[in-house]
Write a protein that binds this ligand. Structure first.
Ligand code: OSB
Ligand code: MG
Length: 369
């Protein structure tokens, strides 16, 4: 496939409400989109790097720069023969920058699938036409505010609640949610690496609440300490930030650092590596679920397709568009009976709405081959 060039497009998406985690507060999503232009049509990839390097070392400006200076030229050098399976191999000499690489691979894969008339879901191996939707609930100023937010999401039909936690906002909010909504709610927590092994007692105090999992309690490079923590608490440990590749996933599972993996395609370098993690976890008997990074409809479309693979046995952070955005860049993903439909059209199966995209765009850079 001939790629004539990549367009880097930055868009500013206001959030419907501030989203607070242990690493910061977001009020708007500053998104880098990549459009692969080919003679047969376009392909889109959403870079999940956030504006600041607080969740991971990557950040949107840096991703745009590494694409322009180091990644796109390597793909252009491949000439006419570039296919989606070549992208990761061609970019492999550049260390890290997995979110930037994932955006390029996704754009090339989308363009390629659109030409073949095949959907992401079909290509990746989806076995469902809709996926159960969970929702990630940020840290709030008070327990009553949290209970109101959770009540609203349950009313909308969300099938699983994930509470963001940090030291000082952990046992009390979990207890309050259990007391108000009961033991049947599928409930889990995400610490975004905010604790240390010295906090094992407070993390163990969560055992009594029957959580599905605790996500990334310790630092991203603390695999051995996660394994040690797993011996001290009953709640299953799920890793997010620690898993940047299928190799990391294998290490974590072999070490006993986690029993569950949050698969975020951007964090691991793309949907093909994400599928490898799915396959590996399935072989190991470990559960995976699809995480999110406040994606627009473009990234959400691909995530929902991935979440339809057979090993994704837990509900993901595959919420409806209106969880974050009053106006999405694509037709919105909506919740129906607690589920989100897997797109069936070629490629991502969704397109940016031209007028909306134009109105949200803050800059564009054209990188010619
Ligand atoms: O840790 O899963 C995370 C959002 C941004 C960065 C990291 C995380 C999150 C979320 C929300 O929890 C996921 C989503 O709803 O898209
Ligand atoms: Mg997480």
């Amino acid at each position: 496939m001939k790629v004539a060039g990549f367009e880097l497009r930055r868009i500013a998406m206001p959030l419907v409400a501030p989203f607070r985690t242990s690493f910061g507060v977001e009020t708007a999503r500053d998104v880098l989109l990549v459009r692969a232009a080919t003679p047969d049509g376009d392909g889109w990839g959403e870079c999940v790097a956030m504006a600041a390097p607080l969740y991971s070392p990557e950040y949107a400006d840096g991703a745009a720069q590494v694409i322009e200076r180091f990644l796109a030229p390597r793909l252009f050098a491949a000439g006419e023969s570039l296919g989606p399976l070549d992208v990761a191999r061609l970019l492999e000499p550049v260390r890290g920058h997995r979110m930037a690489k994932a955006a390029l691979e996704t754009a090339v894969l989308d363009a390629w699938l659109r030409v073949r008339g095949e959907s992401f879901g079909s290509y990746l191996g989806a076995v469902r036409d809709r996926v159960p939707a969970g929702v990630s609930v940020g840290i709030m100023d008070s327990i009553p505010a949290l209970l109101d937010a959770v009540a609203g999401y349950l009313d909308q039909g969300y099938l699983r609640i994930k509470l963001k936690i940090e030291p000082g906002w952990d046992v009390a909010p979990v207890r309050a949610v259990r007391e108000r909504f009961g033991d049947d709610v599928l409930l889990q927590v995400d610490a975004n690496a905010a604790y240390t092994l010295a906090d094992a007692a407070v993390l163990g105090a969560l055992d009594e609440f029957g959580l599905l999992l605790i996500e990334q309690p310790l630092a991203e490079d603390d695999l051995r300490q996660h394994a040690a923590l797993a011996q001290l608490i009953r709640t299953p440990i799920c890793l997010d930030e620690s898993i940047e590749s299928a190799k990391d996933a294998a290490d974590a599972l072999l070490l006993g650092a986690c029993r569950i993996i949050n698969v975020k395609p951007g964090r691991v370098g793309g949907y093909l590596e994400a599928r490898r993690i799915h396959d590996l976890a399935q072989a190991h008997g470990a559960a995976v679920w699809c995480g999110g990074m406040l994606e627009t409809g473009l990234g959400r479309a691909a995530n929902v397709a991935l979440a339809a693979l057979p090993g994704f046995t837990l509900p993901g952070d595959t919420s409806a568009s209106d969880r974050y955005f009053a106006q999405d860049v694509t037709e919105p993903f909506v919740l129906a009976d607690g589920h989100v439909a897997v797109p069936t059209g070629p490629g991502l199966g969704v397109e940016p709405l031209p007028d909306v995209l134009a109105a949200l765009t803050t800059s564009t850079t054209w990188l010619p081959a």
